[in-house]
Ligand binder design. Structure first.
Ligand code: ADP
Ligand code: ZN
Length: 724
């Protein structure tokens, strides 16, 4: 009997399409194939194969594609993801397939050059310099050779054309060398050793059974990384693969080095910045089981592991794990799902776990391992508030006198100070003192942020940039534009006035020169090559600066006023992380926190160091308000090219909501960011009891609701993290 294959195509389609399997072709679920779609050929994945007599009118599968097949658990993950997020199944598949796209940077093949022994036709001085270097016969990269000879690349190219140098294609660098689980173990502290044994015992039990999810909670500097490395080592010893997810992969050079110290080689890395060819080789290596450990950003979760034995989600509380466009998914939650489907243990590591994870641990859905103290007997920093109502900064300044004095004392004793402000640029708002005009983005409802070094006003939402005008564009008055409020650049100006001759560095995502230079700069900070660091959240996370003994938080209140139900949690986590940068080396650290509301529960918890109480109160508050994880949330974001259309569609949706018991639908309300990239936005929020089948309700509602027409878009965000 002929077979019919249901093929899922990685486009925004909800269902698999049926194709005839040509005689002689044998297909199994998971195979990657080429199929006709309309007038084109496209790639798809076999979802199901059935014997059927009625398939004669179907178009046939064109052929098979050389690509690793998608395993059962991976296809189940795709189904799960689509069902949970309400994304089209094809869009969910696209994440697991990730075929090389043209847009991706392709890697140039590696070429080495060496002298051919033939003399050059024209012996110019520059050419002779190159040949002198190449005389030793060693193989060098073209640019390395040019650099060593102190000439431009074109001289080297000329010599290759001339035949005096020969170019040889080099074998591609292996995607990763095998990590050695027994390479070198630093002696663990007693607490670490016990935690590691406990972790391995839970993750790799002697009997069979359901693999657990484990919360590894340890204060900043407790040495969690070394502990979960032991679990990774055990996983590798058992011949299985480990995946370590990280929130900001581009900046983890320090982490990769630590991995290399422990395992003798750097791990394979996976993130959006790697070239298409390398990506394919890595996928193939992962599918063949040759790559033992991958460190990656959230999309690494969809790699075709052959024998996944452990997933670690480092800094599990990080909001960066939530993808906010396309398929709205949370990589931490999907990691737990993948662990279930593969029956492999999942470790969630954090100093400041999310409320969701904390509740899961308390209710024994997750196991829980705690490292309550810093490694090596180091103390957590003492944290004090500076009450900005009493200790005001001088007029036009932002650093209060007690903090100025503390910075002075710190750098005088040869240590480093970090001033933390989570605002990029010079000033978050610019206005004209003559007419009051405020500079706003023309595509978004945001203020333009002044970037003084670039002499520009920039929208942080869409990137729109204009030159900072000399005269007000509204009233024409010259030299009357005033910056309002501080960004890190403005703090740098103040610090330069207060501490001339000191070495100051500003670290934010605007750092010129890209990730590579930023990494170098972070390293030089760690090496003690600057006195004062001024930084955004970029410096708050994960880095180890051994010479840093003082952290000053310039505005602890920034995050507390938003309408976000996670505002308190987010602020607590961020402040805990940033103050936790202090005193990680030999000397103890301290933190000073500028605030107008020292009695606010979040600030009070931070000052007292009583994280337990903070979590207790926050969890009780969530439970009382029926907020996650006790109730469930979903957001619908309606957008259109004009305000009326977006609002009308939102209202029509609300009229069709018809919420049953246990479901509440709020809105439509104009989104706080009412305009982004020229699109007007309205939000609806769905709140349900935990027992409600949220996805079924949403699906039925959207089916009943108004048809999406013209330029209207409705984005569905289950478990929203952002409310903007
Ligand atoms: P966490 O992730 O819990 O904040 P880390 O794992 O980054 O902590 O460890 C904090 C610091 O202590 C790092 O500088 C690390 O190199 C050091 N450290 C941790 N464990 C050990 C150990 N067993 N021996 C030596 N140094 C350690
Ligand atoms: Zn904009």
């Amino acid at each position: 009997m002929p077979s019919v294959a249901d093929i899922l195509i990685p486009l925004a389609l909800d269902n698999a399409y049926s194709y005839a399997v040509p005689a002689g072709m044998i297909l199994a679920p998971g195979d990657v194939v080429q199929v006709p779609l309309g007038p084109r050929e496209t790639v798809g994945v076999v979802w199901q194969v059935t014997e059927s007599a009625g398939g004669s009118n179907l178009r046939p599968v064109t052929g098979r594609i050389e690509a690793p097949p998608l395993s059962d658990p991976l296809r189940e993950l795709v189904d799960w993801l689509a069902r949970y997020t309400l994304a089209p199944k094809g869009s969910a598949l696209a994440m697991a397939l990730r075929l090389p796209d043209e847009a991706a940077r392709t890697e140039t093949s590696r070429v080495g050059v060496r002298g051919s022994g033939k003399p050059p036709s024209r012996p110019t001085p520059a050419r002779m310099k190159v040949l002198a270097v190449a005389e030793d016969g060693a193989m060098r990269g073209k640019s390395a050779l040019a650099k060593e000879a102190g000439v431009s690349l074109s001289v080297v190219d000329g010599l290759i054309d001339d035949g005096a140098l020969e170019a040889v294609a080099l074998a591609p660098e292996p995607v990763a060398l095998p990590p050695d689980p027994d390479h070198e173990r630093v002696p663990l502290s007693e607490a670490q050793g016990e935690a590691a044994r406990h972790l391995i015992g839970l993750a790799f039990p002697s009997g069979s059974g359901k693999a657990p999810t484990i919360l590894l909670e340890g204060v900043t500097g407790s040495g969690k990384t070394e502990v979960y490395f032991e679990a990774v080592a055990e996983c590798v010893r058992r011949g299985r693969q480990a995946l370590i997810l990280m929130p900001e992969i581009a900046l983890t050079a320090q982490f990769l080095d630590r991995f290399a110290e422990r395992f003798g080689t750097r791990p394979a890395t996976w993130h959006s910045g790697i070239g298409a060819r390398r990506r394919e080789r890595l996928r193939a290596g992962v599918a063949a089981g040759e790559v033992a450990v991958v460190v990656g950003a959230r999309s690494a979760l969809f790699l075709p592991f052959r024998a996944l034995g452990l997933v670690v989600v480092d800094e599990e509380h990080e909001a960066a794990y939530k993808q906010e466009d396309g398929v709205h998914y949370h990589a931490r939650d999907m990691a737990v799902v993948r662990g279930k489907l593969e029956n492999c243990p999942v470790v969630l590591a954090s100093a400041t776990p999310s409320i969701e994870t904390k509740v899961n641990a308390e209710r024994h859905r997750y196991s829980h391992i705690v490292l309550p103290e810093r490694f090596g007997g180091r103390r957590l920093p003492d944290i004090h508030a500076i009450d900005m109502r009493r200790d005001k900064p001088e007029k036009g300044r932002f650093i209060a006198p007690p903090l100025v004095n503390a910075v002075r004392a710190t750098i005088e004793s040869g240590d480093q100070a970090l001033l933390f402000l989570n605002r990029r640029g010079y000033a978050p708002l610019t206005l004209c003192r003559a007419c009051g005009h405020r500079y706003q983005c023309r595509n978004c409802s945001t203020w333009l942020v002044e970037h003084r070094f670039r002499k520009a006003l920039v929208c942080h939402q869409c990137g729109y940039t204009e030159r900072r005008p000399e005269a007000c564009t509204e009233c024409g008055t010259f030299d009357n534009l005033t910056p309002c409020g501080p960004g890190v650049e403005r703090i740098a100006e103040e610090v330069a006035e207060l501490f001339p001759d000191k070495r100051v560095v500003v670290l934010s995502s605007d750092f010129p020169g890209g990730a590579e230079r930023l990494r170098a700069e972070l390293q030089s900070v760690a090496d003690g090559e600057c006195d004062i660091v001024i930084g955004t959240q970029l410096v708050a996370k994960g880095h180890n600066f051994p010479h840093l003994t003082l952290v000053g938080v310039l505005d602890a209140d920034i995050g507390l006023t938003s309408g976000d139900p996670r505002a308190a949690e987010r602020t607590f986590q961020l402040l805990q992380q940033v103050t936790g940068r202090a005193g990680r080396g030999e000397k103890p650290g301290r933190a000073l926190v500028q605030t107008y509301q020292p009695d606010h529960p979040v600030i009070a918890a931070l000052l007292s160091g009583d994280a337990t109480r903070f979590y207790e109160e926050e969890i009780a508050g969530r439970e009382a308000a029926n907020l996650p994880p006790f109730g469930r949330l979903a957001a619908l974001i309606v957008s259109a090219n004009d305000r009326e259309t977006a609002e009308a569609h939102g209202q029509a949706l609300a009229r069709a909501a018809d919420p049953p018991d246990g479901v509440m639908v709020l809105g439509p309300a104009e989104a706080p960011l009412a305009l982004i990239r020229g699109r007007y936005r309205f939000r609806l929020l769905v709140k349900t009891d935990r027992a409600v089948d949220l996805q079924s309700y949403l699906r039925d509602w959207l089916k009943r609701g108004p048809k999406v027409r013209g330029n209207v878009k409705v984005a569905i965000d289950v478990d929203p993290q952002s409310f903007l």
